[in-house]
Write a protein that binds this ligand. Structure first.
Ligand SMILES: [Zn+2]
Length: 71
């Protein structure tokens, strides 16, 4: 898909939670144990499953730092 901010073609990949709790984006999701995170305003985007990184398919534009996802 085209970036709505700058019009460049976006790259598809996955937004996922890393071991230290930070969201990361990559073409593939690295397999590793993660803890479920709870916070104010939490929106459940994906089901909590043990033994995997929480992740969701997304598109990224590295030109203007835009990530788009649907849940
Ligand atoms: Zn862009």
């Amino acid at each position: 898909m085209k970036c709505p901010e700058c019009g460049k073609e976006m790259r598809n990949g996955y937004l996922f939670c890393s071991k230290d709790g930070a969201f990361s984006f990559a073409n593939e999701v690295p397999g590793v144990f993660t803890d479920a995170k709870k916070a104010d305003g939490f929106v459940k985007i994906t089901e909590v499953k043990p033994s995997h990184r929480t992740n969701i398919a997304a598109s990224i534009c590295e030109n203007c730092k835009t990530v788009i996802l649907k849940y």
